[in-house]
Design a protein. Structure first.
Length: 304
C-alpha cells in the first residue's frame, strides 16, 4: 500500500520482552527455520601460534640429511678427522654405496661401513697408558715445561713377555685424551685412535675417573656434602661427584668431568688445601703396578 513501509528485517527480528517477565513472547520469536545460519568463528592459520610464525609440520617429510663424517663420529666408528680422511680415500660405504666426496650428507638412519683398509688402519693405532710424574704437562707444553709425551721412549716401556715392542710410528699423531695437572701424578692416556679420545673426553662421555687426594684443613659433613653435589666453578654447576674419606688426611674422588684444576678448586671452596693428587683409574682401566715415569700399551682385552 502506498505510503506504508514494510517492516525491516532488523525490526522483524527484534524481540520485544514482557515488562513483567522479561521473556520473549512466543509470537515474537524469530522463525529459526528461515533465519540466516550462524557463521563459525574464523579459524587461525596453523602457521601462526600466539602471534608468532612457526614452520608447518609435515609428518611425512624425511629427516634432514647429516654430514656422513658427523654420523661416523657419533656412532664411534672414528673421529671426524679420520672420517674425512677415509671418505677422501674412498674407504666409506653408505647403504652399500662407496662415498668419496668430502661434505657428503645422508639420512641419520643410513647404514655406514668401512673398507677393510680403514679397519686395518684403526687396528694399527696405539693407545698408551703413562704413569705421569709431577713436573710434566699433559697437553701443549708451556714455557719451561716438558710435555708428558716426551716420556714415551723405548727405555721407559714397562714390558711383559707378550708386550709389543716400541716403534717410532707409535708417536705419530699421539695425543693425550684428557688432562692431568703439572703438579699431579697418576694415569694419563695418550692415543692415536680418535675413537678412544672421543670415548674419554667427548661431550657425551660417561667415563668416570678416580683420584686419591691428600689434603689438609677441616672438613665437616656439610662441606663433604657440597663436594659430592652442590658446587659451581666459573658460574657453571658441577656434575655430581662421589667423594669420601679414606683416612684422616686422604679423600677419594670419582668424577665424570674434567674441568681445569677441578679437584683443587673444589677443595679450596670448602676450606681444604690439596697436598697431593693421584689419578688411579679411568673407567675400567687402572693404573695398577705401572711404575712412576713408565708407560705401557693398552692391552686388547682392556676396555675403558
Amino acid at each position: 500500500m502506498a505510503g506504508s513501509a514494510l517492516p525491516s528485517a532488523d525490526s522483524a527480528a527484534r524481540a520485544q520482552r514482557s515488562p513483567a517477565t522479561g521473556q520473549v513472547s512466543p509470537r515474537q520469536q524469530i522463525d529459526r527455520s528461515t533465519a540466516s545460519p550462524l557463521r563459525a568463528p574464523p579459524q587461525r592459520s596453523p602457521a601462526v601460534v600466539a602471534g608468532k610464525p612457526t614452520a608447518p609440520t609435515d609428518v611425512s617429510a624425511p629427516p634432514a640429511a647429516v654430514r656422513i663424517s658427523k654420523l661416523m663420529a657419533e656412532r664411534g666408528l672414528c673421529s671426524r678427522r679420520d672420517a674425512d680422511d677415509y671418505i677422501a680415500k674412498g674407504w666409506v660405504f653408505v647403504d652399500g654405496k662407496r662415498i668419496s666426496e668430502l661434505g657428503s650428507r645422508s639420512s641419520p638412519s643410513a647404514v655406514i661401513s668401512l673398507d677393510r683398509r680403514a679397519l686395518a688402519n684403526q687396528e694399527a693405532r696405539r693407545t698408551i697408558l703413562l704413569h705421569k710424574p709431577v713436573g710434566y704437562v699433559s697437553g701443549q707444553p708451556e714455557p719451561g715445561c716438558t710435555p708428558a709425551v716426551a716420556l714415551i721412549q723405548p727405555e721407559r716401556q714397562f714390558r711383559t713377555a707378550d708386550t709389543p715392542a716400541f716403534h717410532r710410528s707409535c708417536l705419530r699423531g699421539l695425543a693425550p685424551a684428557g688432562r692431568l695437572d703439572i703438579d699431579s701424578t697418576g694415569l694419563l692416556v695418550l692415543t692415536q685412535d680418535g675413537r678412544v679420545a672421543r670415548q674419554l673426553v667427548g661431550e657425551d662421555s660417561t667415563i668416570d675417573k678416580e683420584y686419591l687426594v691428600r689434603v689438609e684443613g677441616q672438613l665437616d659433613s656439610r662441606g663433604l656434602a657440597l663436594l659430592n653435589n652442590g658446587l659451581s666453578l666459573d658460574e657453571r654447576r658441577l656434575k655430581p661427584a662421589q667423594v669420601e674419606w679414606l683416612n684422616a688426611d686422604q679423600l677419594r674422588f670419582v668424577l665424570r668431568e674434567g674441568r681445569k684444576r677441578q679437584i683443587r678448586r673444589m677443595c679450596e671452596l670448602v676450606g681444604l688445601r690439596v697436598l697431593g693428587l693421584k689419578r688411579v683409574r679411568i673407567g675400567a682401566v687402572r693404573l695398577g703396578d705401572l711404575p712412576l715415569g713408565q708407560w705401557r700399551f693398552l692391552r686388547p682385552d682392556e676396555v675403558f
